[in-house]
Design a protein around this ligand. Structure first.
Ligand SMILES: Nc1ncnc2c1ncn2[C@@H]1O[C@H](COP(=O)(O)OP(=O)(O)OP(=O)(O)O)[C@@H](O)[C@H]1O
Length: 638
């Protein structure tokens, strides 16, 4: 048997597949899952992003196995599944509403003033946001004991006050039926202590395979141990320590060591060949990562390339970021025109902000794109506004309504709204606005106007989505979004388009969101608005064939024929901040470069804003020194 066949044939008990990029880890894992499924076993595949999970699911299904035997998803969607069915066992009354990290931060901010009962100055505000960061990090690292002391010392705040604040915050969330992603994982781990949940999990997941294990946080490790209990569970973990890129989560390359310590009888499967990239691409990636090792340690990164030599990676040096966006978009369009499928092309950057220019240019060239990483689609202002209205109308969600009005209904500011909220008590605010005319008429004419407009929107939303599911739901959703930003809130998009992304970009994001909802509705024929709202935090963009624009973090586990990495200058990639980790930055570059199967373009603008000369990324300098890249001097012609 060759190295892959051994992984595929692995029967029962714990195992770890530890190997470099493109060595076929994911492929071997999916083939093993398919093999098990064909024998009638049920297998779970867990990974980090919904897009990577989807790719795994497709690979398994391509092997012709019964779909219901294989479940593929993220840690969060797995926790979601458990809590959806067994909320009480997880400590919730009903299924909690899922908060994205931004939602959580907003909620946290709202609670300060209330809990601390004082006006906070800007300095204290900043510190408290940081304190939440400390708390999140400590949870990820399972070092919760000392977090308040550490945060207190570093931020010069009273540790006891911080701890009390955080405890009330956690309690408030739980009472209000709200859960952050971390809360979900913890809640699901708790739930697994329950007899019924245990029975369900044993039946559902006799086998579990976890990809990208190098980035598993402590909380997720605990969750896995709860899901797959015992000394020798059928748990296979897969990953590459050189691709550990979530150090702040408390992950890092020690995860495999801990796995082996926990399961001493685990079988270890190394893989030594790279099947993905041409040798020219592989060499560049390998030289970059080699700098983290001493001589004699080649075994930690060396892979044998099985593909042809291929073209050397290309270095682009456009004059500035705008020219870079134009050049890259043009190269992308050219690749598409020459027959490379759009889904085989990716433009990557260290941070999502660096992708906006390329997104814009590609849209103008008529090339469809999908965005991975950065601001989640459902967090975009224009999408959020729509969602808040729907949440309010559908679940009588008071907070969502207040946020919606403040954002979108002219003439009603924060102060007025607080008054309206107080006046509505003890009844539900949404209900009163929607159904109690006398209540609304109790305010001044100006306020009445705003509230009556809100009422119309709420009633319309309810009437539109009452009882519709599947295709019909998708159709109505599209119409509703169009009407909302067309006739019902005229000028809203133009107004907010003056801040941040312009109106055109906002319309594109909305269109993407609608397309994602349509994809959701196609998959869930029974799904209506309530299912959509429950699942919102997990929805990732899904639409037709498109060029991927993504952060390096978000494309982990994916691969493309042609890859562009933009903005490769010192300070941007690698990021050179106090809290950035140079080794992790380098691993990120390794991840980026190893996504390419055939062509790799690395781009570094020469000048920054106000004519500042930028320093090319050290990874480029090194590659140039070693003759691993070809410099493309002239800007490509139009
Ligand atoms: N034995 C093989 N024969 C042919 N092609 C292979 C083989 N193994 C893997 N490949 C191909 O190589 C590519 C990389 O495989 P895969 O995505 O499984 O790697 P990986 O180790 O999970 O990579 P990474 O950690 O970088 O995401 C895929 O296109 C896969 O189909």
């Amino acid at each position: 048997m060759n190295e892959h066949e051994r992984v595929i044939a692995h029967e029962v008990g714990p195992a770890a597949v530890v190997a470099g990029a493109g060595s076929g880890k994911t492929r071997a894992a999916t083939l093993r899952a398919a093999r098990l499924a064909r024998t009638g076993e049920r297998v779970g595949l867990v990974t980090f992003t919904a897009s990577a999970a989807e790719e795994m699911r497709q690979r398994v299904l391509a092997e012709d196995v019964p779909a219901k035997h294989v479940w593929a998803g993220t840690f969060h969607s797995l926790a979601f599944q458990i809590l959806r069915q067994f909320p009480e066992a997880g400590g919730y009354e009903g299924f909690p509403e899922v908060l994205t990290p931004n939602d959580e931060l907003r909620l946290f901010r709202r609670l300060w003033a209330e809990l601390l009962d004082q006006d906070l100055d800007a300095e204290l505000r900043r510190k408290l946001v940081k304190a939440l960061g400390f708390f999140r990090k400590a949870r990820a690292e399972e070092a919760l004991e000392g977090w308040a002391a550490r945060a207190g010392e570093s931020l010069e705040l009273d540790a006891e006050m911080l701890e009390a604040l955080m405890i009330s915050f956690q309690l408030r969330k739980r009472e209000a039926g709200l859960a952050s992603f971390d809360d979900l994982i913890e809640g699901a781990s708790r739930a697994l202590g329950d007899k019924d949940v245990r029975k369900w999990a044993d039946r559902r997941f006799p086998f579990l395979i976890v990809d990208e294990y190098q980035d598993t946080s402590r909380a997720q490790e605990t969750f896995l141990a709860a899901l797959m209990p015992g000394e020798a569970p059928n748990l296979m973990v897969i990953g590459d320590p050189n691709q550990a890129i979530y150090g702040w989560r408390g992950a890092g390359s020690r995860t495999f060591e801990r796995f082996q310590a926990r399961y001493p009888q685990a079988v270890l499967y190394p893989l030594r060949k790279n099947y993905r990239s041409t040798r020219a691409v592989l060499r560049l990636a390998e030289r970059a990562i080699a700098r983290l090792y001493r001589s004699g340690q080649e075994a930690y990164y060396r892979l044998e390339g099985v593909k042809e030599e291929g073209e050397p990676p290309v270095l682009l040096t456009p004059p500035n970021a705008a020219a870079e966006a134009t050049d890259v978009a043009r190269e992308v369009a050219r690749a598409v025109a020459s027959g490379v499928p759009p889904e085989e092309i990716a433009v990557l950057a260290r941070s999502s902000m660096q992708l906006a220019g390329v997104e814009d240019r590609l849209a103008r060239l008529g090339v469809a794109t999908r965005l991975l990483g950065g601001i989640r689609l459902s967090e975009r202002r224009e999408v959020k506004t729509l969602v808040q209205l729907l949440k309010a109308a559908w679940s009588l969600h008071e907070r969502a309504l207040v946020d919606f009005i403040e954002e979108a209904v002219p003439g009603l500011g924060e102060r007025t709204l607080t008054r309206v909220e107080h006046a509505a008590r003890p009844y539900n605010l949404v209900d009163r606005i929607m159904n109690d005319g006398a209540f609304v008429r109790g305010f001044s004419t100006r306020v009445q106007q705003g509230l009556f407009m809100t009422r119309t929107l709420l009633q319309l939303a309810r009437a539109t989505f009452e009882g519709v599911t599947g295709e019909a739901f998708a159709e109505r959703f599209r119409e509703f979004a169009q009407d909302l930003y067309g006739e019902l809130l005229p000028g809203y998009l133009a107004r907010i388009g003056k801040q941040g992304p312009n109106e055109e970009a906002r319309r594109r994001h909305l269109e993407r969101f609608v397309a994602t909802v349509e994809a959701f509705a196609r998959e869930e024929a029974e799904g209506g608005l309530d299912d959509l709202l429950a699942r919102l935090a997990f929805l990732e963009q899904q639409d037709g064939p498109a060029v991927t624009l993504g952060t390096v973090h978000a494309v982990k586990g994916l691969e493309f024929e042609v890859v562009f990495v933009v903005g490769m200058v010192e300070g941007a990639f690698p990021i050179l901040a106090d809290d950035s980790d140079p080794e992790e930055e380098r691993r990120l570059f390794y991840v980026a470069a190893t996504r390419a199967k055939r062509r790799l373009y690395l781009s570094a603008p020469t000048y920054g804003p106000r004519g500042k000369i930028l320093q090319p990324s050290r990874y480029l300098e090194e590659a140039l020194d070693e003759g691993l890249v070809r410099l493309q001097k002239v800007r490509p012609a139009a």
